[in-house]
Ligand binder design. Structure first.
Ligand SMILES: CC(C)(COP(=O)(O)OP(=O)(O)OC[C@H]1O[C@@H](n2cnc3c(N)ncnc32)[C@H](O)[C@@H]1OP(=O)(O)O)[C@@H](O)C(=O)NCCC(=O)NCCS
Length: 269
């Protein structure tokens, strides 16, 4: 039990830049209190002490403003930040390392008793403040749900969904495998607005565009008969312009000779 508590405290200190000490987390983080009380409520629920489970859950709600149904399954290192107004339904499943902000509902749209009515969040999902995830579908690993999104369909692993009804705005990033995925506070891409980072991205895009153009020119010249094997696979910056110019001149000469030959054949000169 103490191992889990230490793990929960370490998780909060790691993910919340505002958390200064373990004591602060232990005493001032309603998300932490809600998760700890949910463990007792869930144990009672599984032991079929249903009333006691609901009662503990309601005490936790009164104390923290976070309502987690005792039947919900919550994984390890889950962090509910701020927490006020969070509602987690009976058949919801929250995977390890998920982060949930205030005002989130993991709710249902069905009234069928015993059915899977609430969503499943796979490992590492971040759900932004005020988002509603409604239905018994799955949000894939490391997906991000924007604040105030209303999600009514599955979101693929690594995707980002925003809006009402939510749409996936960026698909999975293959480089962000679960092993390499670092937590981004608030789900924001780190340094996305940093002017140096933006300038570098601009330069990289420009270089990639130039390289593509050089490749297209080389391909076009080869179609015209130039032999430019030496230029294949070179970076745009490494292209020998003199050699390229000589090659272009060669093609032009060959082309002019062919035209002249054709002209002579037609006119009989
Ligand atoms: C959704 C989110 C994870 C995306 O972060 P990101 O990957 O850095 O994406 P960007 O900021 O580059 O935004 C990408 C696009 O989505 C839009 N967008 C971002 N968040 C949005 C939201 N919540 N609702 C609607 N559109 C949103 C942006 O305007 C941008 O649109 P554009 O391409 O037309 O300009 C992030 O914006 C978010 O909502 N995080 C939750 C934060 C939160 O709840 N904080 C609470 C702290 S108490």
């Amino acid at each position: 039990m103490f191992t889990r508590l230490r793990e929960d405290i370490a998780t909060i200190r790691q993910r919340d830049p505002a958390a200064r000490s373990a004591w602060e987390v232990l005493t001032c983080y309603p998300g932490f209190h809600a998760i700890v009380l949910h463990r007792f409520a869930h144990a009672c629920w599984l032991a079929r002490r249903r009333w006691l489970a609901r009662f503990i859950s309601q005490v936790a709600r009164f104390m923290t403003g976070i309502e987690i149904h005792p039947g919900a399954t919550i994984g390890r290192r889950v962090f509910i930040d701020h927490g006020m107004g969070v509602v987690v339904g009976e058949t919801a499943e929250v995977g390890d390392d998920c982060t949930i902000y205030q005002g989130v509902t993991l709710g249902g749209t069905l009234l069928t008793r015993g059915a899977k009515r609430h969503p499943t969040l796979e490992r590492g999902v971040i759900v932004g403040a005020g988002a509603k995830v409604l239905g018994g579908f799955t949000i894939g690993e490391n997906a991000k749900i924007g604040s105030n999104a209303v999600v009514v369909k599955p979101v693929p692993a690594g995707g980002t969904a925003v809006g009402n009804p939510a749409r996936v705005i960026s698909p999975a990033d293959p480089k962000r495998s679960p092993e390499h995925a670092a937590f981004c506070a608030y789900g924001i891409t780190p340094n996305a607005e940093d002017p140096v980072s933006l300038a570098l991205h601009g330069l990289i895009d420009h270089a990639a565009g130039e390289k593509q153009r050089v490749d297209e020119i080389v391909a076009a010249l080869e179609r015209l008969g130039a032999r430019l094997e030496a230029l294949h696979g070179l970076d745009a910056a490494a292209v020998d312009l003199q050699r390229l110019s000589a090659a272009i001149q060669g093609v032009a000469t060959t082309h002019a000779e062919a035209v002249e030959r054709e002209h002579r054949a037609l006119t009989g000169e």
